[in-house]
Design a binder for this molecule. Structure first.
Ligand code: HEM
Length: 414
């Protein structure tokens, strides 16, 4: 690219056109974009960065956040009190405050204490399908692991869990309707689910306030920092926010990760020989086929990227999945290598699938743990894994999340 002197780049898609139909391979388009116009403006006027160093600098910049300098979210016409209280939609000092309080309930130690339960949930799910020789990886594993776990973490009784999970799934589709994707029926389902979830959470919070337990919600209610606590609306928004942020994303990581492993039989065989590489394999799944392709920041000050000056208040897309395959940073980036992050391989740069800077995914530890256990258990126990569909059936999601992954297998224990 010829770095211009402050002039804007020529608008274009450069191979990387967004699509709500989830193309099987967005990566070749991202490669073209990164190679031909790494600092880009789309025909719709949005800036996009696709080189690793640029994306990382954007995510970590103290001069970038989620809101415009007038305090409004992009696209928002006026401040709506009580809305947008989820931490991902806030800038400092509110973001710093909310994140500190929620982090008190979401410590790595608290998450780690769920390790045995995640293993038990996974094993029960695998036992259920073992004799069948066929399963749908999404319905039978990738969805119920995070769904059951988050319900148990929140202390939702088993009799309510199915309905609660269906509301969560429907409410998560609100991310689609926010982007203007989907019809009226979807919009209605989203609204009904969101209002059911809010009603349920309000009742649950009320009940927990009277009778605190050792669940996540009680921890959020009690979280306190120098006399400061979450207000009732902040508590509600951040509880629902955690639920939505962690639902489809984890399904996507387990589902895409297993699909990628089955599509790379030599790597699957290496992982079976070295089960100790499971942590590395999950990092590589995040780098190579993570569920979130793009994050976003709003510039609070003008910034130069690739020779162009991006003005203050511009919304800039961080093309995480393009950065994750940048050959300037990753050796042989198009190769899926389960040992890339294994001990003894030297320093490998972090992938950017959990974002970065102040908004770095708060659920990263939980997502990793669930995926290491679920993916690890399945590949250890089932042999001769075979995808029954040639192409992935994508779910209805703003993220890269499969809807169904039918497979055939042989139970090694049978
Ligand atoms: C594979 C699974 C997941 C992926 C790929 C993922 C990815 C992300 C990304 C890209 C961001 C935005 C970061 C940025 O722009 O810098 C984010 C934020 C966030 N995620 Fe996750 N996430 C996952 C699972 C979870 C889970 C399980 C939870 C919690 C239950 C969670 C909670 C959050 C929260 C609370 C934020 C907002 C953090 C903040 O604004 O400070 N995520 N995640």
């Amino acid at each position: 690219m010829s770095a211009a002197n402050g002039a804007a780049p020529t608008p274009g898609w450069y191979g990387a056109e967004p699509s709500d139909t989830q193309p099987d391979d967005p990566y070749s388009g991202y490669r073209e974009l990164r190679e031909t116009q790494p600092v880009n403006i789309t025909p719709e006027g949005q800036w996009r960065l696709s080189r690793y160093e640029d994306v990382r600098r954007l995510l970590r910049g103290h001069w970038a956040g989620m809101r415009q300098t007038n305090g409004l979210l992009p696209g928002q016409v006026e401040d709506e009190p009580g809305r947008g209280l989820f931490m991902l939609l806030q800038d400092p000092p509110t973001h710093t405050r909310l994140r500190k309080l929620v982090s008190k309930a979401f410590t790595p130690r608290a998450i780690e204490s769920w390790h045995p339960r995640i293993e038990a949930i996974t094993n029960e799910l695998l036992d259920k399908v073992a004799a069948r020789g066929e399963m749908d990886l999404v319905r039978d594993l990738a969805r119920p692991v995070p769904a059951t776990l988050i319900c148990e973490m929140l202390g939702i009784p088993p009799s309510d869990q199915e309905e609660f999970t269906n509301w969560t799934a429907d409410a998560t589709h609100g991310l689609l309707t926010l982007r203007g994707i989907g019809d009226e029926a979807l919009q209605e389902r989203v609204e009904a689910a969101a209002s059911n979830l809010i009603g349920y959470f309000n009742a649950l919070i009320e009940e927990r306030r009277k009778n605190l337990g050792d669940d996540l919600l009680s921890a959020l209610i009690s979280a306190e920092e120098e006399g400061d606590k979450l207000s009732p609306l902040e508590l509600l928004s951040n509880s629902v926010g955690l639920l939505i942020a962690g639902f489809e994303t984890t399904i996507g990581l387990i589902g895409n990760g297993l699909t990628t492993l089955i599509q790379h039989p030599a790597e699957l065989a290496r992982l079976r020989e070295h089960p100790e590489w499971i942590d590395s394999a999950v990092e590589e799944c995040l780098r190579y086929s993570g569920p979130i392709l793009v994050s976003v920041r709003v510039l609070h000050e003008a910034q130069r990227f690739g020779g162009y000056e991006i003005p203050k208040d511009s919304e800039v897309l961080a093309m995480l999945a393009a950065a994750n395959r940048d050959p300037e940073v990753f050796e042989d980036p198009e190769r899926f290598d389960v040992s890339r992050y294994a001990a003894g391989r030297g320093a490998v740069p972090d992938h950017l699938s959990f974002g970065g800077g102040a908004h770095l995914c708060l659920g990263a530890h939980l997502a990793r743990l669930e995926s290491q256990i679920a993916i690890g258990a399945l590949v250890r126990r089932f042999d001769e894994l075979e995808l029954l569909n040639e192409r992935t059936e994508w779910g209805r999601s703003i993220f890269r999340v499969p809807g169904r992954i039918p497979i055939r297998f042989v139970d090694a224990r049978a």
